[in-house]
Design a protein around this ligand. Structure first.
Ligand SMILES: C[S@@+](CC[C@H](N)C(=O)[O-])C[C@H]1O[C@@H](n2cnc3c(N)ncnc32)[C@H](O)[C@@H]1O
Length: 288
């Protein structure tokens, strides 16, 4: 029997190895400083899997070499974007947390519609979906608005979606969603606000939605330079942050809510103590 042939490893084929404790600590520190996200030691396997994809893409041999490479790069280098896109969790779908969207449609927008019916002149509605991932949240807001504000010519509507992940934002700009993301979208809304791509289980948002939306990259750890908003959605993102970085984000976000405006938070965001100066209307809804 002939001896087995030794096949040299491919670049990045430390593939099945996991990051060591030291490497985990180094990456965790880098990620925390850049995003506010806390990577716990229990996330070793997840982090290793996600980093391996960057090793494959860049052809860099191992985790430590990739760490050194990142540290040498300027903050604006595209590899940083690719790294951040890879290590963050982008799970989202339209009409996630249905009870919040029921409130938005039947109470908030119905109230704003009634108010505009009894007054002259153009009305403004400004919404920020902070950490919007692939845009499912701001597109949901746009669907609800298109359905509720029939006389939309009387409204100046702006929905801003921001995220740190450039790949996620590119998908948001495209406005194309698969069946999984669309699963909670009411049948009537699918028909009115989306076009189904032929031969594919994909839905393209119609211009009546995209006209309200714009997207840009933004790190929640920095202040946003915009006019204040009527409502900010800040959902399913602070669950990955520790107390100190949560506080920074909450302060940055609070500054962007107009007096009397609203913050819609995720149910598990754990920010109640940090927004004591706002009126708590629901466990997830605060008025400034
Ligand atoms: C799980 S998704 C939540 C999407 C949406 N808000 C929802 O509830 O369905 C979390 C998003 O937070 C983004 N993110 C994480 N850290 C961030 C930061 N420091 N600044 C901005 N976005 C961040 C990630 O890129 C990811 O797309």
């Amino acid at each position: 029997m002939s001896a087995p042939i030794a096949i040299p490893p491919l670049p990045g084929s430390s593939s099945l190895k996991q990051v060591s404790d030291d490497e985990l600590g180094n990456f965790a520190e880098l990620i925390y400083r850049r995003t506010g996200i806390h990577v716990s030691p229990q996330k070793k396997m997840l982090l290793s899997n996600r980093l391996r994809r960057r090793l494959r893409e860049t052809g860099i041999e191992d985790f430590s070499a990739y760490y050194q490479h990142l540290k040498r790069l300027k903050d604006t280098d595209p590899e940083w974007d690719a790294f951040l896109q890879e290590i963050t969790t982008h799970e989202t779908y339209l009409f996630r947390d249905e009870s919040q969207w029921n409130w938005f449609r039947t109470e908030y927008l119905a109230g704003r519609a009634a108010e505009s019916a009894s007054s002259e002149g153009k009305r403004t509605l400004r919404i920020w979906s902070a950490a919007c991932s692939t845009g499912d949240e701001p597109y949901t807001a746009a669907c609800c608005i298109a359905a509720a504000l029939q006389n939309s010519a009387q409204w100046n509507i702006r929905i801003l979606g921001t995220d740190i992940g450039v790949g996620a934002l590119a998908q948001a700009e495209a406005g194309i969603f698969g069946e999984r993301a669309m699963r909670l979208v009411p049948e009537e809304y699918r028909r009115r606000f989306f076009v189904k791509a032929q031969n594919a289980q994909l839905w393209q948002a119609r211009p009546m939605l995209t006209a309200m939306l714009r997207f840009r990259q933004h790190n929640l750890m920095s202040p946003l330079r915009e006019k204040p908003f009527d409502i900010v959605f800040l959902k399913n993102v602070l669950i990955y942050f520790d107390g100190a970085s949560k506080r920074t984000v909450v302060n940055n976000v609070r500054a962007m809510i107009r007096p009397g405006g609203l913050l819609v938070a995720g149910a598990a965001e754990g920010i109640t103590e940090m927004v004591k100066d706002m009126k708590r209307l629901q466990p997830w809804l605060y008025r400034k």
